[in-house]
Design a protein. Structure first.
Length: 402
């Protein structure tokens, strides 16, 4: 695969933005905990982000067609940069009595992220040939997972040698560079008829999903998978390590790390064997979902720490082997002009169900026990496997849509 300039610029700009996102999140969580001494207050950070991204997914279609995708992407990053510098100045005078103002800033940044994420996914097939989408998505996912896996450790080390405010200034510089890079992307053509009225614009992605058989199945898959995936949030996994494995918190870090390593290995596999995967998209999506179900079920009944570590790695591996081919199918299932609204609708499903699922799984873990929620997760993944198996003929790359 020959990587073109635009894909590399998009990858570099997004990578710098992703590094900044993790570092600023560490800074914010640390600041709130220091000010309040409350873990509950800190936990409202991911809740605020999820809620804002859900609202953004609903409202972003109003901008599609009115603003060029390149400038919508770059503009959202510029908006994040400005917001970040406001946060930096705000931290100079923040106290325990007005720390809630931080949530307004992180909510706005998350809102802009919710706008940018589907646009970034949409721009990849504009810059990459259809036959190279598996590799491009694999490379993009690998870089993202490496950043996610490493920057939480790096960010924690930064806090040893600098204050939270100084870390925010560092993130601001990263965001400035990311904004400049994204401005150098080529314009993306959008030859499409504008829907009538705001409501029609908002519902356009939903209508496209309903009228496209493979997308309708993927929407249901995302619905069940997102709820199933909430068992891997930090709070629930910590309880599993403590109550299910009866080991200390260092194993929580090990299992998290193994999961991210599995994601990275899955991405590398998809890059290396992209041609083979391309010819068997439906098979890989089915095997990924089936094996994820089996491994999650084994994870739920396991009591041996080292086995949990191995199973966690395989959960990440199989999830990624399924996710990347599925991403390529989404990107070729409809015309490029309608792809952004499809991603915003799927994003709304993901963020909405993640927020609800996290709450439900947390309650079930308290009342039914930690192993029960992992069994529920496995059952939900089994449903996904059935959906994929029954509709395998739909999971193919549709070149005609391009």
């Amino acid at each position: 695969m020959k990587l073109n300039k635009n894909f590399l610029l998009l990858l570099l700009g997004n990578s710098l933005a992703n590094i900044g996102d993790v570092l600023y999140m560490i800074s914010v969580i640390s600041t709130i905990f220091v000010l309040t001494g409350s873990a509950t207050a800190s936990s409202f950070v991911p809740f605020t982000i999820t809620t804002s991204m859900f609202l953004s997914s609903i409202l972003t279609p109003l901008l599609i067609g009115k603003v060029n995708l390149k400038w919508l992407n770059a503009g959202s990053q510029i908006g994040k940069t400005i917001s970040l510098f406001i946060l930096g100045f705000m931290l100079m005078g923040i106290t325990a009595s007005n720390y809630y103002l931080i949530f307004l800033i992180i909510g706005f940044i998350a809102f802009l992220d919710g706008c940018a994420n589907p646009i970034r996914q949409t721009m990849i097939p504009h810059y990459v040939e259809p036959e190279h989408l598996i590799q491009a998505n694999g490379i993009s996912n690998t870089v993202t997972q490496v950043i996610q896996a490493s920057m939480w450790i790096v960010g924690s080390m930064f806090l040893i040698v600098m204050s939270s405010q100084q870390l925010v200034w560092l993130v601001g510089l990263l965001f400035v560079v990311a904004s400049i890079i994204l401005c150098f992307l080529e314009d993306v053509s959008q030859n499409r008829t504008e829907p009538k009225g705001k409501f029609e614009q908002i519902k356009e992605g939903w209508v496209t999903i309903i009228n496209t058989p493979v997308l309708k199945r993927i929407a249901w898959i995302d619905f069940f998978e997102t709820i199933a995936g909430t068992v891997w949030i930090a709070a629930i996994l910590y309880v599993y390590v403590s109550d299910g494995l009866n080991v200390d918190e260092k194993w929580w870090g090990f299992i998290n790390g193994a999961f991210f390593l599995g994601l990275i290995l899955g991405s590398v596999y998809c890059i290396k064997f992209s041609n083979f995967i391309e010819k068997n998209l439906g098979t890989f999506i089915f095997l990924g979902s089936l094996l994820s179900f089996v491994v999650t079920l084994l994870f739920s009944i396991n009591s041996i720490p080292i086995v949990a570590l191995i199973l966690s790695l395989f959960v990440g591996l199989f999830a990624q082997i399924k996710s990347i081919p599925q991403q390529s199918i989404i990107q070729t299932s409809v015309s490029k002009e309608h792809l952004t609204t499809v991603y915003t609708s799927l994003g709304a499903i993901g963020t909405g169900m993640f927020g609800i699922g996290s709450l439900v799984m947390g309650l079930l873990a308290d009342f039914m026990g930690i192993r029960f929620v992992f069994i529920i997760s496995g059952v939900l993944l089994a449903i996904v496997s059935v959906i994929v198996h029954q509709n395998k003929r739909l999971f193919v790359r549709n070149v005609m849509k391009q």
